[in-house]
Design a protein around this ligand. Structure first.
Ligand code: GAL
Length: 418
């Protein structure tokens, strides 16, 4: 009996040692995922790391779109005290790598076969001088319209497919006493809606010229005037409390049926999921009018700073490995509203919206409709993006005409290019 007990104890100990990978380290992780859906998603990473015995020190800086988080990150780095890992994306990855402060993730990448599972368009952004310096988490689609199903059904209105149908529907809903559009009045949210309109009104080639190439002729074209007109027309269908509203509070208005629609990337789905709502029953998502053949993509990623502590290094590589593991890719993206960024992940745990996004991702990659989001740092330089944000927000929040906004946009981008 005693012998049996001793054997059992040593077996349990052995299992525990292998489960914790022997050495535990701490990772301090800076991110901006603080809404219900975002927090539920990122907590899955924390749980998985803790299961391997590591310690997660949460460094969440609230603020959708991440600009507050980036300001905090810069000040911590300037102070010589960066976190172990930080949510950073797009061209900023290269900027941090340029400073020589990042850890190479090549050994994890090699062991895990990232080069064969992650699409090249994505890995190009994650690599610096051919070396992996960031790990991608997901793919978000921007150009969605989120709809409260019962608000549309009760009022006998079909989901609009064109901008004309859209504004007719908004009129009817307003007359019925619903706030038609849930608007979050912050610059990055306004830029998010604007880029969706640019793709929907101008089409894919126009989007690429204007918001990827920052082509001045496209920026000051009549088509751009039309885009601004559509954006300003939306304003009459928003409520008086829109200025400054956080994106997730706008989503909550649609969830509760206080508003009919929201234009937002599919992190909004994370909020519906966290509220226990089901697509097709409680709500739906359709591509914004005119954007069926467009997939404006936004990829989240983490960089790891060069740390001296050997245990912290182990925790970093565990975090990198876990992020692209099939188990995490599934549970995280189901909660976050995004789709997996690597191949080989089963579709069945995902809802119908994610499955349609997966299909559209593949189709648009072939057709040319897969395009980087300007608002979410995938397309143009930070200077050009900043210039675009300023003009769009000033236009939306003033009585500036669409024609003036177009001229100002071209001039501001021209200056930002210098
Ligand atoms: C985006 C980010 C998303 C989502 C959103 C709102 O920039 O890529 O993951 O979190 O901000 O916070």
């Amino acid at each position: 009996m005693r012998k049996k007990m001793a054997l059992l104890v040593s077996l349990v100990a052995a299992v525990m040692i292998s489960a914790t990978n022997v050495v535990a380290g701490e990772v301090e992780v800076l991110h901006w995922w603080t809404s219900g859906g975002e927090a539920a998603a990122v907590q899955e990473l924390q749980k998985m790391l803790e299961k391997e015995g590591h310690v997660w020190k949460d460094f969440a800086v609230a603020g959708g779109g991440g600009s507050a988080a980036m300001t905090t990150l810069k000040s911590r780095a300037v102070g010589g005290n960066p976190p172990t890992a930080a949510q950073v994306k797009g061209p900023q990855i290269q900027d941090w790598a340029d400073l020589g402060v990042l850890t190479s993730l090549d050994s994890v990448a090699k062991a895990e076969g990232w080069d064969t599972t992650v699409p090249k368009v994505v890995s190009d952004v994650m690599k610096y001088d051919g070396s992996w310096v960031a790990v991608p988490v997901n793919v978000h689609r921007i150009n969605w319209m989120w709809l409260n199903k019962s608000v549309f059904d009760k009022n006998g209105i079909a989901y609009p497919k064109t901008w004309d149908e859209f504004f007719m529907a908004m009129d009817k809903l307003q007359k019925a006493g619903v706030t038609p559009i849930a608007w979050g009045g912050q610059n990055w949210q306004e830029a998010t809606v604007w880029e969706t309109i640019v793709a929907g009104v101008g089409g894919n080639d126009f989007y690429k010229k204007a918001l990827v190439e920052a082509d001045i002729a496209a920026l000051k074209s009549d088509t751009m005037v039309q885009c601004f007109e559509v954006m300003k027309k939306m304003k009459q269908y928003t409520d008086a409390s829109a200025p400054g509203r956080d994106w997730n509070l706008a989503t909550a208005m649609v969830i509760k049926g206080e508003a009919a629609v929201q234009f937002m990337g599919d992190w909004a789905k994370g909020e519906f999921t966290a509220a226990g709502k089901k697509p097709g029953t409680d709500y739906d998502a359709v591509p914004a009018p005119g954007t069926d053949d467009a997939f404006l993509f936004n990829i989240d990623s983490f960089i790891m700073f060069d740390v001296k502590d050997a245990d912290a290094k182990k925790a970093q590589s565990a975090m990198a490995r876990l992020i692209l593991s099939p188990a995490f890719q599934t549970v995280f993206n189901v909660n976050k509203g995004s789709i997996p960024v690597r191949s080989g992940i089963a579709e069945d745990p995902f809802d119908m919206i994610a499955v349609s996004a997966m299909g559209d991702f593949t189709d648009t990659a072939k057709s040319g409709g897969l395009m980087p989001s300007m608002a979410h740092e995938m397309a143009v330089s930070p200077a050009i993006r900043g210039a675009m944000f300023d003009v769009v927000t000033n236009f939306y929040n003033s009585d500036m005409s669409a024609a003036d906004a177009t001229m100002k946009l071209a001039a501001a981008v021209e200056e930002a290019k210098m």
